[in-house]
Design a protein around this ligand. Structure first.
Ligand SMILES: Nc1ccn([C@@H]2O[C@H](COP(=O)(O)OP(=O)(O)OP(=O)(O)O)[C@@H](O)[C@H]2O)c(=O)n1
Ligand SMILES: C[C@](O)(CO)[C@H](O)COP(=O)(O)O
Length: 221
């Protein structure tokens, strides 16, 4: 069986408001993206790594790899205008067989154990995503009115999201919809029920400036 990791780093990080895109910012003296790639390189499934990067950021990434003597093998794929298009560009490079884990580059505190569990379950069940239950109370806003939701029914979705390649490639043949916020939403619309495994509370997505500070605290070394 072939295993792949698609690390999506093709975004521009508008909410982070930094001049340097967030995937390249330093976290414990190493660019965020390098932490993420290191975690996948340590997986017992030894996935081939595809790194999706905006074309105009690729020369900068190459310079960073030299500067940090970063030698983990990976193939760089051009990013798209939406995350959907970035993932699609990557899986277009892959055959129909194998298992692929898609992961946000900006979730660098991912454990190798969670990565391995995602590969294992996706091989067994066809798909799996990491998610954690909400610990806060949850309300929904509609037509200016709020109402409480049952938080035991609410999961906060993370990555990795892993799929057998036949399923993911079939799902990504659909036209883009703004409702596609992750890979699971694409696969679900293609008619598949999505499986969840317990994610990790440390597996935060660096989205706003505070998240980088939190990540510094959460990183063990
Ligand atoms: N066209 C895009 C947009 C996003 N991503 C990636 O998808 C992940 C999650 O996206 P998000 O946190 O929204 O990143 P940005 O789009 O960069 O951030 P923002 O929405 O604040 O601009 C990130 O690793 C990001 O690089 C991508 O590969 N291609
Ligand atoms: C894929 C994701 O990280 C799962 O929580 C999330 O949906 C990405 O959303 P973003 O708006 O692209 O950050």
């Amino acid at each position: 069986m072939k295993y792949y990791a698609v690390i999506v780093a093709g975004g521009s990080g508008n909410r982070m408001q930094t001049e340097t895109p967030k995937q390249f910012l330093l976290l414990k003296n190493l660019p965020v993206l390098m932490h993420t790639l290191k975690a996948f390189a340590q997986s017992e499934y030894q996935p081939l790594i595809l790194l999706v990067l905006n074309k105009n950021q690729q020369p900068y990434w190459l310079r960073l790899c030299e500067e940090f003597n970063f030698r983990i093998p990976h193939t760089v794929i051009d990013g798209g205008s939406e995350r959907f298009q970035s993932v699609k560009n990557a899986i277009n490079h892959l055959d129909d067989d194998g298992v692929v884990a898609v992961h946000d580059a900006v979730r660098p505190i991912i454990s190798t154990k969670l990565i391995d569990n995602c590969f294992k379950y996706a091989l067994e069940k066809g798909n799996v995503i990491a998610a954690v239950q909400s610990t806060d109370s949850v309300r929904k806003l509609r037509d200016d009115k709020t109402s409480a939701l049952n938080r035991n029914e609410i999961y906060l979705v993370q990555t990795p999201q892993a799929f057998t390649l036949d399923i993911l490639k079939e799902a990504y043949k659909q036209d883009f919809s703004p409702h596609f916020t992750d890979d699971a939403s694409v696969v679900e619309l293609a008619g598949y029920e999505i499986n969840i495994i317990e994610g990790e509370r440390n597996n935060i997505k660096i989205t706003h400036p505070i998240d980088l500070e939190l990540a510094e605290l959460l990183m063990k070394k």
